[in-house]
Design a protein around this ligand. Structure first.
Ligand code: ADP
Length: 373
């Protein structure tokens, strides 16, 4: 029995799974919330971690602990065994991900203290995208400023994009090295990645997870000049602008709700705001599909994953409608079949294999961590 304990630590929560790598199933999964809050279950992450491990009981055989870490900066291009130096570097990278990395470090410290005898492995959301070529990761700003402050495109959801692009090749029974793939990860957060022969060559998120597609509450792509305009004309400060773009924009900003199911329901009843928001959402996705086909020089596989991508046939169809001239077709019967496993939604023999592949970031983290056991 090879079990890996997978930890996703937030500022006031610990999400965890005990993954059995022989069956590839979660034996236990759970969430401790409101850590450190009055009436919450745990005073701090150390206490929370102890509760989690107590709940797992004594018959566990944990061979490694995999930690989801949001930002790996320019240094981490693959899963990394955590020692004091690596822990300190993840903490230092908090400058690039002030909401996420400090919380990840709290989880790492608590878990290392509670389970000192097994390898702890950091699996970074950015690592898969470290293969981006300079022309794809460079922002055209003053090079010295960029270097000093580590400003470049990093990309996120890397664990998901890596897992899904590999699973797609397995499903198709074709060598990953031979495939040009676009992965659409459409969840509450959303990103697109161009994968060439198993390597990420372009991705829509940037220095932070704000860039790219229209998301639940994030704007995605925007002219940076909008910020100067609002600072000058509306007197908005940095924190207000951060909140505006990260928490009050996207579907929420356009319609008043950030949940795609609600937006779609409203659209189905003819709500004009919802219809307009869906049009913007779709426009942005198609913009990236076109750009990435050009960048890849062709396309073999297009994959949908995450909450919206896995579950919403209508939005998948809308996103791809009219792209038949690129070899992208959808078979409505296949598309509407609901299932929890990888499947085709393009017709038999279509030039581009359009797939739905459920993502499983915990399993991927567990696999990568187990390599250090
Ligand atoms: P996260 O990005 O938080 O990991 P998920 O990948 O689980 O999220 O996706 C969550 C999002 O998926 C929610 O915003 C929800 O609205 C959306 N979603 C889930 N099921 C459907 C569905 N059937 N139709 C449209 N949206 C859906």
């Amino acid at each position: 029995m090879t079990q890996v304990f997978v930890v996703n630590s937030g500022s006031s929560s610990i999400k965890y799974q005990l993954v059995d790598l022989d069956t590839e199933k979660a034996v236990v999964s759970g969430l401790i919330e409101r850590i450190g809050e009055p009436g919450g279950g745990a005073g701090d992450h150390t206490e929370g971690m102890r509760q989690v491990l107590d709940a797992l009981g004594p018959d566990r055989e944990i061979v490694a602990v995999g930690h989801r870490v949001v930002h790996g900066g320019p240094r981490f291009s693959s899963a990394t065994l955590i020692d004091d130096d690596v822990e300190a570097e993840i903490d230092r990278l908090s400058a690039l991900a002030p909401l996420h990395n400090p919380a990840n470090v709290l989880g790492i410290r608590a878990a290392r203290a509670a389970l000192p005898d097994v390898p702890h492995v950091a699996v970074f959301d950015t690592a898969f995208h470290q293969t981006l070529p300079p022309e794809a990761y460079t922002y055209a700003i003053d090079a010295e400023v960029a270097e000093k402050y580590e400003v470049r495109r990093y990309g996120f959801h890397g664990t998901s994009h890596e897992y899904v692009s590999r699973q797609a090749a397995v499903f198709l029974d074709r060598p990953l090295e031979s495939l040009k793939t676009i992965v659409l990860h459409l969840g509450n957060g959303a990103s697109v990645t161009a994968v060439d022969g198993g390597r990420s060559v372009d991705t829509s998120m940037g220095l932070t997870p704000l860039e790219g597609l229209v998301m639940g509450t994030r704007s995605g792509d925007i002219d940076a000049g909008v910020l100067f305009h609002l600072a000058r004309q509306a007197g908005m400060g940095v924190d207000e602008l951060d909140t505006l773009l990260n928490r009050r924009s996207g579907l929420l900003g356009l319609t008043g709700t950030g949940d795609m199911r609600d937006v779609q329901e409203a659209a189905a009843q003819g709500d004009e705001q919802a219809l307009a928001a869906l049009a913007v959402w779709r426009h942005r996705i198609r913009h990236y599909i076109g750009a990435y086909i050009a960048g890849l020089g062709g396309l073999d596989v297009l994959v949908f994953t995450a909450g919206i991508g896995e579950n919403n046939a209508l939005l998948r169809r809308r996103a791809l409608a009219g792209l038949e001239f690129l070899g992208i077709e959808i078979d409505d019967d296949r598309n509407e079949l609901s299932s929890r496993v990888a499947r085709f939604i393009s017709p038999e023999g279509a030039p581009v294999a359009v797939l739905v592949v459920p993502t499983n970031e915990e399993l991927e983290i567990a696999r990568q961590a187990a390599a250090f056991a």
